[in-house]
Design a protein around this ligand. Structure first.
Ligand code: PEP
Length: 271
């Protein structure tokens, strides 16, 4: 089955409204025909409304995504963001269970003390709870999984990735499972400049698809599996050319229009 590649930029804690507006304006100005590639940006919450309005005003096909979500209702949950808040800004996607949200960092600056790190407390159970509220909503989840360097060194990559996928998808509506995007993001490759070798990334992305097939085979065929971890213009084509890699979740290289656009063009070449 042909799956449209999906390149999503995770801006993380970067970009004020003017900076994000400048970046997205430059992406919109790229007039290349990139179909069938789907492109998305996931700004911080503070920029979602402005970027969503800009994309709408320009009639852009670039999709908008949130970086996390808490609940579907309203209530006394200081600092949290709901599904209607994201959809109101124009979001179609939301990232769930990014390794940083799970407190599993590729790199940690000195100021990130253990007590600050403890604020990033997502785990398999909370990722599944969030996925189960997102699935019936208009949002589609981009669910991140991946092993740390220690888990890789002890030979636990496959069991960790398989169990994260099974836990995240547990009990979700099988008829919509194909709409979920799964992102394989080895933690040791995130923001480190170290990329997973394309053959190994393909092997793990296939393991992810096979794990989904154990739940529902047609969902596994339809589902986009992205690779994420130091994707750059010079390694994108090799990674995106792999049969089970259907796109990329891009951090650092999504913060500059020229590098993000080059990754999108690489996806177009391999589509
Ligand atoms: C990410 O945070 O999802 C990511 C892949 O970051 P980077 O591209 O900077 O490694």
């Amino acid at each position: 089955m042909a799956r449209n590649p999906f390149i999503a930029g995770n801006w993380k804690m970067n970009m004020t409204v003017p900076e994000g507006t400048e970046l997205v304006s430059a992406l919109i100005a790229e007039k290349d025909d990139i179909s069938p590639v789907e492109v998305g940006v996931c700004p911080p919450f503070t920029a979602l409304h402005a970027i969503g309005s800009l994309l709408k005003e320009k009639g852009s096909a670039i999709k908008l995504g949130g970086q996390d979500v808490f609940g579907d209702g309203t209530g006394a949950f200081t600092g949290m963001i709901s599904i209607p808040m994201l959809t109101d800004c124009g979001c179609e996607y939301v990232i769930l269970g990014h390794s940083e949200r799970r407190g599993r960092f590729g790199t940690t600056p000195d100021w990130l003390t253990p007590s600050l790190q403890a604020l990033f407390a997502d785990n398999d159970e909370t990722v599944n709870l969030k996925a189960s509220i997102v699935m019936p909503s208009p949002l589609k989840p981009i669910i991140c999984v991946g092993e740390t360097i220690d888990e890789r060194k002890t030979g636990d990559t496959d069991s960790i990735v398989r169990s994260q996928v099974e836990a995240a998808l547990k009990g979700l509506d099988k008829s919509k499972l194909g709409e979920v995007v799964l992102a394989y993001e080895p933690v040791w490759a995130i923001g480190t400049g170290e990329t997973c070798d394309s053959a190994e990334a393909q092997r793990v992305c296939k393991l992810i698809r096979d794990t989904v097939a154990g739940i529902d085979s047609s969902a596994a065929e339809a589902m986009r599996v992205q690779y994420g971890g130091s994707v750059k213009p010079d390694n994108a084509e090799e990674l995106l050319g792999q049969p089970d890699i259907d796109g990329a979740l891009v951090g650092g290289a999504s913060l500059k229009a020229d590098s993000f656009a080059a990754i999108v063009r690489a996806a177009k070449k391999t589509a």
